[in-house]
Design a protein around this ligand. Structure first.
Ligand SMILES: [Mg+2]
Length: 385
């Protein structure tokens, strides 16, 4: 059996209402999805994280090196793709193109062998994962926190036990927003904050000192991802756990974060940092440093499904009889692609999501919806994703 066809789809959607965070504004979604078909007619789906048109170009570049290969030998194919890009793209968007193909190959392999990806990875240590809501972006430039109350009420009614909010507007404004958020949530809901690398070390530390009383589960990307040692210094001066890594690539990039003691939690995006093949290596590396792994997820349910299988397979370090729940990021911002593209729908029950048990990723793509989003909104630009 060989790989016979690779198809890419750039899916675009215009949002009904734009939202923003510390860096820029979102008014559209644009995502590159890939379908890899084997000579027996079976196929797998993958997704990349990053600007979709560039991702698509990367997949087309890699295509001749993947066609004709044995889809069951996904590690061999991964290494070929890595070698073909290493000399001029050791980090960044071409690694995301590799990731998209790699995920499609895992899905395909699971379907060929009639096994879910979590089993292919070595087994599911847990059957259910705890989603945390990613939301609480800013919606109004004059009063950025205006819609927080309504949004929190919705997440509470849906049963979320953990919620992540955006910060990065300025230390004092963030302090007021975090204080208000803790009051809205009460004591029993976990609260994380994410500045998307908006701050200097001094500003991050000032914010940490002000919000330490509010029981923050982690402060994500406080500082630019370039400053590994500043992360380490911040970490040594605050009781708030520090997380990062959504801009990091491959085990080599994560090794920088780990060996500099930069973070308590690494957050590789499986659709960008090298796919599932590399994510498993990154998790093994993190376990040697005693650092937790909570992947970054964004995009369609393909990305969420791949994270569910990956998290199910993560080791408990250290092990104990009563294990803590493992977390998955569950973006709640408007995204028709996440809601409509795949079946079955993701269901959260009692604040948990079950790990899929059907072969591969455990989902079907609605190809009618795929075509609909591939052809509509052709004028939507590709600067956001
Ligand atoms: Mg983030």
């Amino acid at each position: 059996m060989t790989i016979e066809k690779i198809e890419t789809f750039v899916l675009k959607d215009k949002l009904s209402k734009s939202f923003f965070f510390s860096q820029w504004e979102y008014s559209e979604r644009c995502i590159c999805v890939v379908k890899v078909t084997a000579s027996n007619g079976q196929f797998g789906w993958g997704e990349g994280y990053g600007p979709a048109n560039i991702l698509e170009a990367g997949i087309k570049f890699l295509e001749p090196h993947v066609l004709g290969q044995n889809p069951l030998e996904n590690e061999v194919i991964w290494n070929t793709m890595y070698r073909k890009t290493l000399d001029y793209a050791r980090r960044g968007i071409l690694v995301a193109s590799i990731s998209a193909i790699d995920i499609a190959l895992w899905d395909l392999k699971g379907k060929i062998l009639n096994l879910p990806i979590s089993t292919l990875l070595g087994g599911a240590h847990r059957k259910k994962i705890k989603p945390y809501a990613t939301g609480l972006y800013f919606t109004d430039h004059n009063n950025p926190s205006r819609d927080f109350e309504q949004e929190v009420a919705l997440y509470k009614s849906q049963g979320f036990k953990a919620i992540k909010m955006k910060v990065g507007l300025g230390v004092n404004e963030d302090y007021e927003n975090v204080k208000k958020m803790r009051q809205l949530l009460g004591k029993d809901i976990e609260l994380m904050i994410d500045s998307n690398h908006a701050y200097t070390l001094r500003e991050s530390l000032a914010l940490c000192k002000k919000i330490e009383p509010f029981d923050i589960s982690w402060f994500e990307e406080p500082i630019s991802p370039e400053y590994y040692k500043q992360y380490s210094e911040l970490r040594s001066k605050t009781s708030i756990p520090i997380s990062g890594g959504e801009c990091e690539y491959l085990r080599f990039g994560f090794h920088q974060l780990l060996r500099n003691n930069s973070v308590d939690i690494i957050q590789p995006d499986i659709c960008a940092s090298g796919g599932l093949t590399e994510a498993k290596r990154i998790a093994a590396l993190a376990s040697t440093y005693g650092v937790d792994v909570v992947p970054h997820t964004w995009g369609t349910a393909i990305g969420i499904h791949v994270a569910l299988h990956f998290i199910a397979n993560l080791e408990n370090m250290p092990g104990r009889m009563k294990c803590p729940d493992f977390l998955i990021e569950y973006d709640q911002t408007e995204n028709g692609l996440r809601e409509r593209l795949t079946h079955p729908k993701i269901i959260m029950k009692d604040g948990m999501i079950e790990v899929p048990t059907a072969p591969g990723l455990g989902l079907e793509v609605d190809e009618q919806v795929l075509i609909e989003y591939s052809t509509k909104n052709e004028n939507v630009n590709d600067t956001v994703f």
